[in-house]
Write a protein that binds this ligand. Sequence first.
Ligand code: DQA
Length: 153
Amino acid sequence: MSTDAAGSEPAPILLLNGPNLNTLGIRQPEVYGSATLADVVELAERTAGELGYGLRAAQTNHEGQMIDWLHEARGNISGIVINPAAWTHTSVALADALVIPEVPIIEVHISNVHQREAFRHHSYVSPLASGIVVGCGIRGYEFAIRRLVEVLG
Ligand code: DQA
């Protein structure tokens, strides 16, 4: 596990959210619920803090930006919780970047993608993930962080 410069505290968990998740609470609430991205970040920060980890959270609608963040994360984080949103189903580039930090990954989807359109059933990220949380609403982020910390041992 990566630690900080003093070697005393674990490096933070990186929480990444992909395209359109900045509109959580407004976008299709019947699918994604009424909670906002700020609510997700607060829940994730609280959960990570309870388990002794800091959290770095970021969302972007720009694929290259997310790839750059993953490059920069190498050596600086303990693990990744990611909701790649639509890039889940489309992006080999994101999947390639996700292995660069060489840390455990938990994939999260707020909705049950397997109950939805066939194009949402395939994920380029799942083969890289230590765990996948699907269809648990925003509580899935809490479950993902708890599982990531278990995986980190
Ligand atoms: C999502 C599911 C994806 O299919 C979709 O493109 C999203 C959100 C989810 O959290 O349920 O944007 O990742």
